[in-house]
Design a protein around this ligand. Structure first.
Ligand SMILES: [Zn+2]
Length: 192
């Protein structure tokens, strides 16, 4: 019967049933509800937490503490990685932390530092910031397609502005516009 995980290790007679309980926890002066896992013996009534329960309970408490501290949740950090399609290893090299750092952040095993949180939020808010960081860390070659896509979207508004002004006839005699565009770009835009 050693392999029967549902057998109560305390009385050796009853069986364990998984249960959850909503508990109020307090951190930094704020109260919040977390759902804790345990197992209950139907014979002796003992409440037992195994390793899996303990890990899940620690994560639930840490997730609450992160929210009190104003830190991104594990799910939000995962969403950031998905947004830029980067691996946990690439995230660690971009933002800092050891090889397993983002695995731990995303599963709420570890709370990231406030400085890390600021950096992550900047990257979430601004794609340009993210690509600046990629360049700063010398990782541009790992994202060739993304860099091309970014250049494209950045150039388009400038070109549009130029064309629109040239086709408004009554503005041309009264106004002169000084474009500061690269010479090769101007040549492709000029009418033949
Ligand atoms: Zn028991």
């Amino acid at each position: 019967m050693m392999n029967d995980k549902t057998l109560c290790p305390l009385c050796g007679e009853g069986h364990l049933t998984p249960r959850t309980e909503e508990t109020v926890t307090e951190y930094a002066g704020r109260q919040g509800k977390v759902t804790l896992r345990f197992a209950e013996c139907d014979a002796c009534g003992s409440e037992i937490t195994d390793d899996g329960d303990s890990r899940a309970n620690k994560r639930a408490v840490l997730a609450f503490r992160k929210s009190v501290d104003g830190l991104l949740t594990g799910a939000e950090i995962r969403a950031l990685r998905d947004k830029y399609n980067i691996t946990q290893d690439q995230a660690a090299r971009l933002f800092g932390g050891g090889p397993k750092a983002f695995s731990k952040y995303e599963s709420d095993d570890v709370a990231h530092a406030a400085a890390m949180d600021t950096l992550l939020r900047l990257a979430l808010r601004s794609e340009d910031t993210f690509w600046e960081l990629v360049a700063l860390k010398g990782m541009t070659s790992e994202f060739p397609a993304r860099v091309v896509a970014k250049r494209h979207t950045m150039d388009v508004p400038v070109i549009w502005l130029t064309i629109r002004r040239e086709v408004v006839p009554d503005m041309q005699p009264a106004h002169r516009f000084h474009y500061s565009m690269p010479a090769d770009t101007m040549n492709t835009l000029r009418p033949h």
